[in-house]
Design a protein around this ligand. Structure first.
Ligand code: AMP
Ligand code: ZN
Length: 474
């Protein structure tokens, strides 16, 4: 095993970049809030899951084993509502969408979590946690048989989302509607449901409990399942930024008040994928699924490339242009790999032989708060400086192992090489190239230069001949 290379990661709680050190000195225990299985996950959801996958890969490639738990939310307001609309049992309905989710994860080359527990399979664990919270004075049952967490009983409530900066006051909005919804509004700060008494609209979806029939509130499942599989204290907890409040805040309250541990020691949140400058979400109807993009001829590896190409802490705007650029970038990597293979490397280097080698700068950049765009820049910088034909045999081998080390860390699979002549030049690029050629013909050197730079920034270069030019991916 490789000695663990220091990895730093921003922590939402302390707002600092902190070095990852496993609490038990051996294994990084990592919990991710998983999908709500009531429809296809969109590529915004996958931005978060892919970023979590890159984190796990970097930890493992750095020499530290992980224990990765990602749950399935298979009972909540939305799964119950939509299973009934579909006329299916909750189990059949969520199984269908879970299988679809798994197929998309495999296509996007996500490592399967070591444990994938479901909320429905852990109802007794959730009931036990509620009992402890009631015994310790942190929860109370209401007359209808619902149970609520008493936010005022936990003075640390709000630390993760820095509520003190948002001037939200306890009790500002404690209407029953706000308290019972799984996803109450960002600006309300209310006691929240741990157990929801059976309602007619729940149909057959209710379970017995000491407070009567009902079902768990959404926030409770992650507290109960992380305790079961990772213990009272574990290393890193992750989700998209929309989960910071109230979901993660509530998880902390439930876990810290029902155990003697501190729950997650590091919080890793992924900023949203946007589309046309707005959040991509099911309720806004502006989402793309992996299948939508595959139908338009894009490969999942290209989608993965786009999703990792922006820093996980910055918003990323999804465009089709970025998918075209991803295709060119992956082609460039595949052509470089082919040139190394032609110098006699084995097609798939053994995992144990991989080492950053000449890509050490790219690896170092990646371990600095998962700076994927910086690491990709360093990979292409190294490729641009390297002429496989001019390398010694030992250099060829080191370069090949280094390239595959980075591909493995980023989870990128190389696509088959497209015929170069067949590389499609997007219309926008062709127009810019034509404008540049015309500027050059009319000796407007400043304009020609500016257009060349613009093309360069978009990932394209121009080779001029006597009577014309050729546009090529960088
Ligand atoms: P859900 O299936 O709604 O529970 O969400 C699954 C994961 O996707 C959670 O970690 C969310 O925070 C995350 N998520 C939801 N929308 C987006 C988005 N537009 N960009 C990135 N992550 C998102
Ligand atoms: Zn969760």
């Amino acid at each position: 095993m490789r000695p663990f290379m220091a990895l730093t990661l921003h922590d939402t709680l302390t707002r600092q970049s902190r070095t990852i050190q496993p609490l038990d000195g051996r294994t990084l225990r990592f919990y991710c809030c998983g999908p709500t299985v009531y429809g296809p996950a969109h590529i915004g959801n996958f931005r978060t899951f892919v970023a979590q996958d890159v984190f796990r890969r970097v930890v493992e490639m750095g020499g530290l084993p992980t224990l990765h738990v990602r749950n399935l939310t298979d009972v909540d307001d939305k799964t119950i509502r939509d299973s009934q609309k579909a006329g299916q049992s909750l189990g059949d309905f969520t199984r269908f969408w879970t299988e679809k989710f798994h197929a998309d994860c495999a296509a996007l080359n996500l490592l399967p979590p070591h444990v994938e527990p479901s909320a429905v399979a852990h109802i007794p664990h959730q009931i036990r946690m509620i009992e402890t919270l009631i015994q310790r004075g942190h929860a109370y049952a209401s007359a209808d048989g619902s149970v609520y967490f008493k936010v005022a009983s936990y003075p640390d409530y709000g630390r993760l989302s820095h509520l003190e900066d948002r001037e939200l006051k306890l009790g500002a909005s404690t209407t029953a509607g706000a308290m019972d919804s799984d996803e109450y509004s960002k600006d309300s700060l209310a006691d929240f449901a741990l157990w929801k008494a059976r309602r007619p609209e729940d149909g057959p979806n209710h379970w017995p409990s000491p407070w009567g029939d009902g079902r768990p509130g959404w926030h409770l499942e992650c507290s109960a399942m992380s305790l079961e599989y990772l213990g009272e204290d574990f290393d890193v907890h992750s989700g998209g930024i929309d989960l910071i409040f109230p979901h993660h805040e509530n998880e902390i309250a439930q876990s810290c008040c029902s155990t003697h541990g501190k729950f997650a020691h590091h919080w890793f949140h992924v900023t949203h994928l946007m589309v046309d400058g707005g959040k991509m979400s099911k309720s806004l109807g502006n989402l793309y699924t992996l299948e939508d993009l595959q139908k338009r001829g894009y490969h999942p590896a290209e989608v993965r490339y786009v999703l990792i190409s922006g820093h996980y802490r910055a918003p990323l705007n999804f465009t089709f242009h970025s998918l075209d650029a991803a295709r060119q970038a992956l082609q460039k990597l595949a052509r470089f790999d082919k040139a190394l293979l032609e110098r006699g490397c084995a097609a798939s280097p053994a995992r144990g032989d991989l080492a950053p080698g000449p890509f050490a700068d790219a690896w170092k950049t990646l371990t600095d708060d998962l700076n994927v765009p910086g690491a990709l820049g360093a990979v292409f910088g190294a490729i641009n400086r390297t002429k496989p034909a001019a390398l010694t045999e030992a250099e060829v081998l080191a370069c090949h192992r280094g390239l595959h080390f980075m591909l493995e860390a980023l989870g990128l699979r190389l696509p088959p090489i497209l015929d170069e002549a067949a590389v499609e030049v997007p219309a926008e690029i062709a127009t810019l190239a034509e404008q540049r050629w015309n500027a050059k013909q009319s000796k407007d050197w400043a304009a020609a230069d500016a257009l060349r730079k613009e093309l360069d920034a978009l990932g394209w270069i121009i080779k001029d001949g006597k009577d014309g030019y050729q546009v090529m991916p960088k």
